[in-house]
Design a protein around this ligand. Structure first.
Ligand code: AMP
Length: 420
């Protein structure tokens, strides 16, 4: 029989109770900050027709070419577990006519993505992204605001990261540049790796993604898009930078930061962290004004980013993660069956009043229950024994300083409230 209990599928894992507070802290913070910027959550389906990603991400990309979890379902339809969410968000935006009223629509999502990638530290096959999309505007301040929001989230969590930006031009200036690039690549074709040789023909911009050592000297000498932008793109780029400067945001312009697909235009950015090792990208984003049309919709000017939640959680400083930890306000220690019943009743009552209570079902000794209360980090322990039951007065112990005193039932909630 196949061993079902020793391992998850490669590249997938469980996020266990002892780490969940870090995840929840990041998610809650993202929700709060995104809300401050006027973004609302959207939950799109995790499984989509394969064609949505083939077109939305591009059949020439590694994601679509090699990494998708695609299968034929019972209705004989090719379906795919989403490798990213932008195509789904744009689909949902168009399907629900969110563009109807004009103006800008700001959406965000949090959830799992699936890519059958090579295993590596910081790389998962089921991983999580927090992402945001602003649809319906080409104002450069929208680009800057989105970057500010992403960095604001990281900053509020005490995570240090670096912003890299570029402009990848548009339908006006990029074809001219690509021609120039292709001509240059042709000269060095024999010296380039196999992937680059193929890319030189099919999708020359992606040559800049090459990590092969021997290609780097040639790649470094290639002309860069940033120096070949049309007037509109150059203007947009300089305005984005001016807005970033006004917001006090530090960045590097990296002319080799590109996106391989035609529908990406102008702003491209990445947020990286030196603490992540080889997989140093924490977030990636850009403007994708052409995507809606690729999916069969009208032109929609739009921009978005996706941030790797797994990687962000890894970078969270210890003092930040402690903030997310929820501890029981009250641990109810009980001795004997009548006390157990009373403990259940008190806990029920206090929970209804909004307090977090914990009690042990194992009927251990007072000592073992105190040990458990300490392990859970409970703030207080209420002691319930025959004596206390008979008097209707209980002992409460504050674990932080071991201070202990007597308390009546009616006063417990008041006391707990005063501690919040
Ligand atoms: P992308 O959608 O490829 O632009 O990725 C955006 C962000 O998602 C990256 O910067 C990473 O932080 C994260 N990410 C992408 N792929 C993976 C993966 N396989 N495992 C973990 N995080 C990932």
């Amino acid at each position: 029989m196949e061993d079902l209990i020793s391992n998850n599928l490669p590249g997938t894992r469980d996020i266990l109770p002892e780490e969940i507070d870090r995840w929840q802290l990041v998610e809650e913070r993202a929700r709060r900050i995104f809300d401050q910027y006027g973004f609302t959550e959207i939950r799109t389906s995790i499984i989509e027709p394969t064609e949505l990603f083939a077109r939305g991400i591009g059949s020439d990309t590694d994601i679509v070419g090699k990494e998708m979890y695609t299968f034929i379902d019972q209705s004989k339809r090719s379906v795919t577990l989403r490798p990213e969410a932008t195509a789904s968000v744009v689909r949902a935006y168009l399907q629900n006519a969110m563009n109807r009223g004009g103006g800008i629509t700001k959406l965000y999502y949090i959830g799992p993505m699936f890519r059958h990638e090579k295993k590596q530290k910081g790389r998962w096959r089921q991983f999580y992204q927090i992402g945001a999309e602003a649809l319906g505007s080409n104002h450069p301040a929208v680009d800057a605001e989105m970057i500010e929001m992403a960095l604001g989230l990281l900053h509020s969590l005490g995570v240090k990261a670096k912003l890299l930006i570029n402009s990848v031009g548009c339908g006006q200036c990029r074809p001219r540049y690509i021609e120039m690039l292709r001509a240059e690549l042709k000269v060095h074709l024999a010296d380039l790796c196999e992937d680059c040789r193929r890319r030189a023909e099919t999708n020359s911009l992606r040559v800049f993604d090459c990590k092969v050592e021997s290609c780097q000297p040639f790649i470094e000498k290639l002309p860069v898009i940033t120096e070949n932008l049309c007037t509109e793109c150059a203007e947009h780029f300089s305005k984005v930078q001016a807005y970033l400067n006004e917001a006090g945001i530090v960045y590097d312009v990296v002319p080799r930061l590109v996106r391989g697909l035609d529908y990406y235009i102008r702003t491209a950015f990445e947020i990286v962290s030196g603490e992540l090792g080889a997989q140093n990208a924490l977030a990636g984003g850009g403007r994708y004004d052409g995507l809606s049309e690729v999916l069969g919709g009208p032109p929609v000017q739009a921009l978005g980013f996706a941030l790797g939640l797994d990687r962000l959680v890894m970078l969270l400083p210890e003092e930040q993660s402690a903030k997310g930890r929820r501890k029981p306000e009250l641990f109810l220690a009980h001795m004997g069956e009548p006390a157990f019943k009373k403990a259940l009743e008190i806990a029920r009552d206090l929970r209804r009043q909004g307090h977090s209570c914990y009690l042990d079902f194992a009927a251990g000794t007072l000592k073992s229950q105190m040990r458990l209360a300490n392990k859970l980090g409970a703030e207080n322990v209420l002691i319930i024994g025959d004596n206390e039951l008979a008097r209707g007065i209980y002992s409460i112990k504050r674990l932080k300083d071991s201070c202990q005193w007597e308390i009546g039932l009616a006063e417990i909630s008041e006391y707990l409230k005063s501690r919040k």
